[in-house]
Design a protein. Structure first.
Length: 464
């Protein structure tokens, strides 16, 4: 394992942090994304543990990398032809130090324990940054909703919730959406929970507005990521107006990132899905975005179809050589909004070589560690996912408040709160980075600020 402080003799703190990471690798073999997420955080905690040895003595990080509870279960369901399928369901209840477990559900064939462990671990820090009282969790299944009918998705959701309902509740654990889980899935999950528990409560967020949802929740992650980008640019006296922007993904986060970029005068020029990416040199405007939303959310089609409708755009199939040529398109800003590790080291090098000034992560951990190092070395504005995409879970927190109060805030009210929260997260990351001697390093700022909030709560609450 590489030393956390490469050119110095290892201190007690460094040895402690390396031991925690080594222990995670030994105890959770094969969970590569989880190792990656823990190592990325551990590397940035040296100064805060040096300053406050109580965090080491109380074994805070040792406890934060061990979930409070992991639930794994069989999810049997019957397809439209009568064939029986068995998927694996999960919920990781990572930390309830500052509030009930909170985080999304992912339905994607790549889901396994290690993927959800990374997402749950990141969620703890992200939720701490939002200023709202939410602990961290994540769940999902290796179920693939692609190509399935609505009734098949409903039967799967009902089977998944039949088990999950034992473990969640509005004061215990409040799931939401993530990849493959949108308002359709939340509806089926909510309906089944309500039926089994005989209880209409805010047990899930991302609900439709007519039955307990919040305005702006669908938009929140994308809008929040763009608000975070605006804040970062403002520190250099710049705005998004006139900036050419690369966006990956074409799901919930990508769609509303593009919508807000257009509203602020930027020019988004790309979208992608697992089949490849489209490049539209004329820019994606509101009309084209509306077409994409219909394609993706209603017809559930592939992004490749964009070039049939808008022939001046080009489609490039997904590469398999560890590079994604989407990131080699010249642009001012990049918004990865698809999935983890979608920006490789060479992709990051291509972005830097083209003079990109800002990367704001709508997705969770979309940049590999070598890529983050390249952004740091180049001194660009880099907003890590756990800060930049926290707007989604933040508005989930606002949905919980509205459910508890049995009221509905207006669009403007929720949007104003979202803006305020993103500005606060930005300020916290910036101030913390400065306080710990790495001004402008939002990744270090986010990790330390999130850690301190959770760590202090854990010390207050004793060894639990
Ligand atoms: P959606 O399911 O709505 O969209 C996901 C998009 O990413 C699709 O275009 C999908 O393409 C693409 N994608 C997924 N997996 C891969 C892959 N392995 N390779 C290439 N493309 C892929 O999900 P969201 O938009 O909600 O989530 C996108 C990212 O944002 C995720 O990292 C998620 O964790 C993160 N996020 C989401 C939040 C939310 O509120 N929804 C909040 C904070 C972060 P295809 O259709 O081909 O699979
Ligand atoms: O990664 C995330 O923050 C989400 N998928 C949203 C979680 C939530 O509870 O709204």
């Amino acid at each position: 394992m590489t030393s956390l402080l490469k050119d110095e003799l290892p201190s007690i703190t460094t040895r402690y942090l390396e031991a925690v990471v080594a222990d995670v690798v030994a105890r959770s073999p094969g969970e590569q994304e989880f190792h990656q997420a823990v190592a990325e955080v551990a590397e940035t905690l040296v100064p805060v543990l040096e300053r406050n040895p109580a965090y080491r003595e109380w074994k805070i990080l040792d406890r934060m990398v061990e979930p409070e509870r992991v639930i794994m279960f069989r999810v049997p369901w019957v397809d439209d032809r009568g064939e029986i399928h068995v998927n694996r369901g999960y919920r990781i209840e990572m930390s309830s130090a500052i509030g009930p477990f909170k985080g999304g559900l992912r339905f994607h064939p790549s889901v396994y324990l290690g993927l959800l462990m990374f997402l749950a671990f990141e969620q703890v820090f992200k939720n701490a940054l939002t200023t709202l009282p939410m602990g961290g969790g994540k769940g999902g299944s290796d179920f693939d909703p692609k190509g399935r009918s609505d009734l098949e998705v409903m039967r799967f959701c009902q089977s998944y919730m039949t088990e999950l309902q034992r473990h969640i509740g509005p004061f215990t654990d409040i799931p939401a959406g993530d990849i493959g889980v949108g308002s359709r899935e939340i509806g089926y999950l909510f309906g089944h929970y309500k039926r089994i528990r005989n209880e209409f409560s805010g047990v899930l967020t991302g609900k439709e507005i007519e039955w307990g949802g919040s305005l702006i929740r669908p938009e929140a992650t994308g809008y929040g990521t763009v608000y975070f980008a605006e804040e970062m640019l403002a520190t250099r006296g710049e705005t998004l107006d006139g900036m050419t922007c690369l966006v990956s993904g074409s799901g919930n986060v990508a769609q509303y990132t593009v919508e807000k970029l257009i509203a602020l005068g930027a020019k988004p020029v790309s979208l992608s899905d697992s089949g490849g990416f489209v490049h539209d040199p004329d820019g994606i405007d509101d009309e084209k975005l509306h077409w994409v939303m219909e394609l993706k959310n209603v017809r559930r089609g592939r992004i490749q179809e964009y070039v049939e409708r808008f022939p001046r755009a080009t489609f490039t199939p997904a590469a398999t050589d560890g590079r994604n040529p989407l990131w080699a398109i010249p642009a001012h800003c990049a918004f990865p909004c698809a999935t983890q590790n979608e920006i490789s080291g060479p992709d990051a090098a291509a972005l830097v070589a083209n003079g990109v000034v800002l990367v704001a992560e709508g997705a969770n951990m979309p940049t590999v560690p070598e890529g983050v190092d390249r952004f740091r070395a180049a001194g660009i504005l880099y907003g890590p996912g756990k800060a930049a995409n926290a707007g989604g879970v933040a508005v989930s927190g606002l949905e919980m408040s509205q459910d508890a109060l049995r009221i509905t805030w207006t669009r403007d009210e929720v949007d104003l709160r979202l803006r305020g929260i993103m500005a606060s997260i930005h300020r916290t990351c910036r101030d913390t980075a400065e306080e710990y001697g790495v001004p402008g390093d939002y990744a270090v700022g986010a990790n330390i600020a999130g850690f301190v909030k959770v760590a202090d709560a854990m010390i207050d609450q004793g060894v639990v």
